[in-house]
Ligand binder design. Structure first.
Ligand SMILES: C[S@@+](CC[C@H](N)C(=O)[O-])C[C@H]1O[C@@H](n2cnc3c(N)ncnc32)[C@H](O)[C@@H]1O
Length: 252
């Protein structure tokens, strides 16, 4: 089998993404930018909340092109943080992972080329500060094996095409992976998704990642809204105001 050619799509911050024919969706928002999105939606809020923690376990759902994991490492290196991070990430597209060593990432990624190569080739990387474990297979199976996760980057394709990674049963398994003080971050602000998270015991807050746009943060502990610029969503009121909104359910 020949190597598949990579059809890049340039996003607004200049970083490349891909279009998935399987899901009929781009891997990243063109408007937000693939790299920018990783910082604004996932990395900045995580490190604001957990800036004092020495070690973090991050579950990256799902690996895809790897922007969220790789940019987290860059953030730590660029800010000279001592934080140790263990990354856990499922991805069932082995062909995509194998192609990442050739992927044209932004030039900032040059300093972690050795990490990208290890992940693309061996699905594993470890040094004194970072450990990355990729699981080639179904995220639903993989998450059942995890525990003590501090941060979940919940970044699948949207729920209309990637249904199994947004159901209430999925969020139950996600909540079971969490440490005592953990957060789940996602770009989705849809009420049925928030209900699925809330039904499994997460407090639902939202944060503005730029002037206008919002994202969702679920937490299993008390987070002072004022300190982090969060807005608590009253989910009981939301359920009364949107009586037809229900969490998504597994269909298998
Ligand atoms: C939106 S992309 C992830 C983007 C990623 N954060 C990045 O920076 O490239 C979603 C990824 O989830 C993978 N995926 C979807 N459903 C999955 C499942 N059930 N198990 C494992 N991987 C899955 C897809 O193959 C795709 O690579």
């Amino acid at each position: 089998m020949g190597r598949r050619s990579i059809n890049y799509i340039k996003t607004n911050d200049g970083s490349n993404t891909l279009y998935s024919t399987q899901y009929d969706q781009n891997f990243h928002s063109i408007g937000d930018g693939a790299l920018n999105e990783a910082y604004l939606k996932y990395i900045n809020p995580s490190f604001e909340i957990f800036k004092d923690k020495d070690t973090l376990n991050i579950l990256d759902i799902c690996f895809g092109i790897g922007y969220n994991t790789f940019a987290t490492i860059l953030y730590i290196l660029d800010n000279n943080l001592k934080t140790k991070v263990n990354f856990f990430s499922p991805e069932f597209d082995l062909e995509l992972i194998s192609s990442l060593k050739e992927f044209e990432y932004p030039k900032e990624f040059n300093k972690i080329k050795h990490i990208i190569k290890a992940i693309s080739t061996n699905h594993f990387y470890q040094d004194e500060q970072f450990k990355i474990e990729l699981y080639i297979g179904d995220a639903r199976e993989y998450i059942k094996t995890l525990s003590n996760v501090d941060i979940v980057y919940q970044d699948p394709f949207s729920s209309d095409v990637n249904h199994e990674l947004w159901t209430t049963q999925y969020f139950k398994d996600i909540v079971n992976t969490l440490s005592d003080k953990a957060i789940v971050l996602t770009y989705s602000i849809a009420t049925p998704i928030r209900i699925g998270m809330y039904e499994n015991g997460l407090n639902i807050q939202e944060y503005k990642y730029d002037q206008k746009r919002r994202a969702t943060l679920g937490s299993n502990f008390y987070l002072d809204n004022n300190s982090y610029n969060l807005k608590l969503i009253d989910m009981e009121k939301k359920k009364i105001n949107s009586p037809y909104s229900k969490s998504l359910q597994d269909t298998f």
